[in-house]
Design a protein around this ligand. Sequence first.
Ligand SMILES: Cc1cc2nc3c(=O)[nH]c(=O)nc-3n(C[C@H](O)[C@H](O)[C@H](O)COP(=O)(O)O)c2cc1C
Length: 300
Amino acid sequence: MTLDTCVGNLKLETPGMGASGIMDETGKSMARMLSSGAGAAVTKSIGLQPNLGHKNPTFTEVKGGFVNAMGLPNPGIELFKEEMEAAVSAGKVIGSIYGATADDFVILAGKMEDYGAAAVELNLSCPHAKGYGMEIGVDAELVGDIVSAVKSSLTIPVWAKLTPNTHILKELAVAVQDAGGDAIVAINTLKAMVISPEFGRPFLSNKFGGLSGPAVRSVGVRAVYDIRTVVDIPIVGVGGISDWRDATQYIMAGACAFQVGSAIAAKGLKVFESINRDLEEFMRDFGYGAIKDMVGVAHE
Ligand SMILES: Cc1cc2nc3c(=O)[nH]c(=O)nc-3n(C[C@H](O)[C@H](O)[C@H](O)COP(=O)(O)O)c2cc1C
């Protein structure tokens, strides 16, 4: 019995990766994640220029998860080189990038490839960054243009991370596949708001943010299930995964690998080892020899 899995032609020793934005801003934190049982680390989304992100408050806990509007703070692609070098020497790193145009994504993806990324993940789904993420990721034609531009300029796999904040999710997934995308990552956070009754105004400086954690899991599982019905390319499931049971739901909905974000904040990096151990036990008890034997079984 084995926990290894493939996202297209990218082989992972274990199926769980660190999701973009959580403990992945430095080479050292990604190296720690990789030595804690993660099959790969996905970097914080990186843009062309350094970005301070939104003003505080940018993060708050709610029942069932977190709402954040960090605003994509990052050092910019040039300064990120050093962090990538430290991370790729420890294991597989997926370079997450964001831009406003196809040209931005092509430049950023080329740098990530030069820095040694095993794949790039296009952030077409952040719900709280003006002109980026979800604002461009809900236009199927634009999504297709960005994916095909990046795809034609790279040799490493191109993954597209989609938003659940849309009624055309299936259309977006088909656009990624038609443009030659190697995998779809679903989901990013759900657009959300928290209001402070004492102050009588939205809690986050950006007013809106993105909901993550256990509260979004059923939305994510449904999204992966829906996507599986319209495309054949691999799917990576993300949203509210904190144990083997959550991860298995995504796999059975059609994902061949998964990512863990908020649960790292809640439980620490030991979450990867406990998922791996318990997933192995479940697979042994239920006669699954490999992750691939469970992928999409809920559709049968
Ligand atoms: C603090 C925080 C920062 C995030 N930053 C990014 C980011 O830079 N790029 C991205 O694609 N997703 C980002 N996300 C979304 C996560 O990668 C993930 O899609 C989402 O949180 C759902 O997974 P989870 O419930 O396991 O956290 C962020 C999430 C959180 C909580």
